[in-house]
Ligand binder design. Structure first.
Ligand SMILES: Cc1cc2nc3c(=O)[nH]c(=O)nc-3n(C[C@H](O)[C@H](O)[C@H](O)COP(=O)(O)OP(=O)(O)OC[C@H]3O[C@@H](n4cnc5c(N)ncnc54)[C@H](O)[C@@H]3O)c2cc1C
Length: 446
């Protein structure tokens, strides 16, 4: 381990993405000295560098966010004209502005362009980390650590057990490279969509062509024509989806192209392949829009995600691993720190969207227990975000943005309690939830 430079804090968070940023804000609110380490040049992760928008709703009555930090993000984004509908629709370009302001105001030490490269575990405790940046290698010390890398990088480097992909095949969910097209005449495109039967009733545009069972998509025939003419490939029509962006009336965000067949979403060569081939697909799709879609004649690509959209890669082994059955049966936990009724969302050449089973009681939602964030084989290490402790099917529903923020916030509050001397494995999850609520998080009554 390098010793030239040493950074230290009470709580060290790796990854300033969806969960990590919320965690850093919440940890600072607990009075902790917080160090937040991020490999890219901005906070926001998938929601900013990955261009993931919109934020899915929990599909529960009243859409409780389960996160006071999430509420503040949505308020601030809305005040800037960069979000509407409780943050459901938002502009990913503005997200990092808001997150970074919140982090700086709270005194979080944010270290950008810095990558975690090693982790040392001694007697079940993370003893130190090693990071790399332009200054060289540095050592990072802390009392409690949070892995919010999405890929459980810290756990992998520490040699801790991990799950990966579908339990039967080991294959991860498909990945995507998202992009934004600007210079669109929205009125002309909207009129075309309405004419084709893709009714645009909301403020923001939305449309799709997918292989989801039981639906005929109004734009499918346009795609078929372009495929027959050699202007698109058949894969372009397997999953194509777009969303309008608040505050950017000439811009549309695309949730594609998607890569269905790669086995590992944590393989550097696969990520490079997606970044390169994804751009060629984006160029093909841009030319298709200009030729086939009214309103796109002067359109251009204004952003390509600098980060590949990874839905699922490595997952932690935690004190409790949320099972598919827990999710589908909408199981409740005493130590719940997030609630949602977002459905199973496994992508592939055929989408897998089984509706969650009927609620066994009058509470139609599943819950995420705090124990799913506490790493089983370490005593000062938590996870939050899409790398939580959950089975493949369960993770596919838990991974949405609001739930990742709730997990980050809860992990931070639990970490602060551990810094104050509590055994991390015994932190009272209901007390953590109580603190989240005290600070403004909304939960459904339990
Ligand atoms: C294509 C796609 C579409 C999606 N669509 C939606 C949607 O419409 N609505 C919705 O709500 N959710 C959607 N999701 C899910 C959601 O965006 C993600 O699951 C969620 O944002 C993940 O949050 P996270 O904090 O776990 O990871 P991230 O937000 O990805 O953050 C991880 C951070 O860690 C950093 N990092 C990683 N490794 C290291 C390292 N070694 N050292 C330092 N830093 C590191 C990364 O740079 C990143 O900033 C989608 C996901 C994808 C991929």
């Amino acid at each position: 381990m390098a010793r030239d430079k040493v950074y230290s804090a009470d709580i060290v968070i790796i990854g300033a993405g969806t969960a990590g940023s919320a965690a850093a804000v919440a940890a600072a609110d607990q009075g902790m000295r917080v160090l937040l380490i991020e490999q890219s040049g901005a906070a926001g992760g998938s929601g900013a560098a990955g261009l993931v928008t919109p934020m899915m709703t929990t599909r529960m009555p009243g859409n409780p966010s389960c996160s006071y930090v999430g509420e503040e993000i949505n308020r601030r984004m809305t005040a800037l004209g960069a979000a509407r509908a409780e943050g459901f629709q938002f502009d990913p370009a503005m997200l990092s502005f808001v997150l970074e302001a919140m982090l700086m105001e709270r005194g979080v030490k944010l270290l950008l362009h810095t990558t975690l490269i090693d982790a040392r575990l001694e007697n079940r405790r993370v003893a130190a980390l090693e990071v790399f940046n332009k200054s060289g290698r540095a050592r990072v010390e802390g009392r409690v650590f949070l892995d919010a890398t999405g890929d459980a990088d810290l756990l992998r480097l520490a040699g801790l057990p991990l799950a990966h992909g579908d339990e039967d095949t080991g294959k991860n969910q498909p990945v995507s490279l998202r992009y934004v097209v600007s210079g669109v005449d929205e009125a002309a495109f909207r009129a075309f969509l309405n004419e084709r039967g893709e009714a645009q009733t909301g403020e923001a545009l939305y449309g799709a062509v997918t292989t989801a069972p039981g639906r005929v998509w109004p734009l499918s025939s346009v795609f078929e024509e372009a495929i027959a003419a050699g202007d698109l490939t058949p894969d372009d029509a397997v999953y194509w989806q777009f969303f309008g962006l608040p505050g950017r009336p000439d811009s549309i965000a695309f949730n594609c192209p998607e890569f269905f067949d790669l086995h590992d979403a944590d393989d550097a060569e696969n990520l490079t392949y997606v970044q390169l081939q994804g751009k060629q697909a984006i160029l093909r799709q841009l030319l298709f829009y200009r030729k086939y879609l009214p309103g796109f004649q002067r359109a251009y690509v204004s952003a390509v995600a600098s980060m590949v959209g990874v839905r699922e890669s490595r997952r932690a082994v935690t004190d409790y691993v949320v099972t598919a059955e827990d999710l589908l049966a909408r199981r409740k936990f005493d130590d719940a720190i997030a609630q949602s009724n977002y459905p199973v969302d496994v992508h592939g050449r055929k989408l897998n969207h089984p509706e969650n089973a009927a609620a066994p009681d009058s509470a139609p939602w599943f819950e995420v227990p705090l124990r799913a964030l506490i790493v089983r084989d370490a005593d000062n290490l938590l996870v939050a975000g899409r790398n939580l402790g959950a089975e493949f099917i369960a993770q596919s529903a838990i991974r949405i943005i609001p739930t990742c923020r709730a997990m980050g916030e809860a992990a931070a509050i639990a970490a602060a309690r551990a810094c104050r001397g509590e055994d991390l494995h015994r932190v009272d999850g209901s007390a953590v939830r109580g603190e989240m609520i005290r600070r403004g998080a909304r939960f459904a009554p339990r």
